[in-house]
Write a new protein. Structure first.
Length: 264
């Protein structure tokens, strides 16, 4: 059945209007990016094309696109609303990027904006999971040959991949406990501090929440609703041009569905 593009657009417009107001309230400026970028190894996703012996990406991942276009060390608060392509498949996103601030301040601010934005949309049944790449890097530091398999298990949320590595029982149990950790305190001062400062019952530390894009540096955030079978948003910290940064993107289709308007 062919999509009703006009009805779909109206539903997306309703959500994006609210998100724009939320982002602007926090002094984020909208950025308009070109649809086509010359290929760069730092770009992710997008639809690949070649012309006149040059390679390009159409509608790549926005965080990576912003990163490859930053040429100086300015502090920036940006937001965007864009379709992101992954091959021929497209997904509408609305996101924010805080670049060049103090890491702790950026993490707390972005979390508050995410929760603020959902509350403004009258979406209250959600929870925020915080994970740590560093925790997992530390856990496999002395078994570097197993790192790729461990992170594959995390991306697919399949502990069976780790069990097949035939590690000793003590190490397997250690990774099992980390994989299944979920709570309000984890012993990491940095993460515990953020949870305490933002102080919301919907925030949890979940070390199974590690499905990283290659540019993420440590902290990863995913937002879920029990009413949907996939995350409604995700983000994390990264470094660009020597500057600390933190970004987050909502999946607009999920937000529309949570408001009771299913996109065909």
């Amino acid at each position: 059945m062919k999509k009703d593009l006009f009805t779909e657009s109206a539903r997306l417009a309703k959500v994006t209007k609210s998100l724009r107001e939320s982002f602007e309230k926090w002094n984020y400026n909208e950025v308009f990016l070109p649809s086509v970028e010359r290929y760069d190894h730092g770009l992710r996703k997008g639809l690949k094309m070649a012309t006149h012996d040059d390679y390009y990406l159409i509608k790549p991942d926005v965080t990576s696109q912003i990163a490859v276009n930053i040429k100086d060390d300015r502090s920036l608060r940006l937001f965007y609303i864009s379709e992101v392509l992954d091959g021929l498949s497209g997904e509408w996103q609305a996101g924010i990027e805080f670049i060049g601030g103090r890491r702790k301040d950026m993490e707390e601010e972005v979390l508050r904006i995410v929760m603020d934005s959902l509350d403004k949309l009258n979406i209250s049944d959600f929870f925020v999971d915080i994970g740590s790449l560093k925790a997992w890097k530390d856990a496999v530091r002395d078994i570097p040959e197993r790192e790729d398999a461990v992170f594959a298990a995390l991306r697919s949320r399949n502990f069976g991949i780790i069990e097949e590595l035939e590690l000793d029982e003590e190490r397997t149990e250690e990774l099992w406990n980390l994989f299944n950790f979920r709570g309000k305190e984890c012993g990491s001062p940095r993460i515990d501090d953020i949870v305490k400062e933002v102080d919301d019952d919907r925030i949890f530390i979940d070390f199974g929440t590690v499905r990283p894009l290659p540019y993420y540096d440590d902290m990863i955030v995913e937002v879920y609703s029990p009413d949907l079978g996939y995350p409604i948003g995700a983000g994390g910290d990264y470094v660009v041009n020597g500057l600390d940064a933190f970004g987050f993107a909502f999946k607009l289709k999920g937000l529309v569905e949570l408001q009771g308007d299913v996109i065909p």
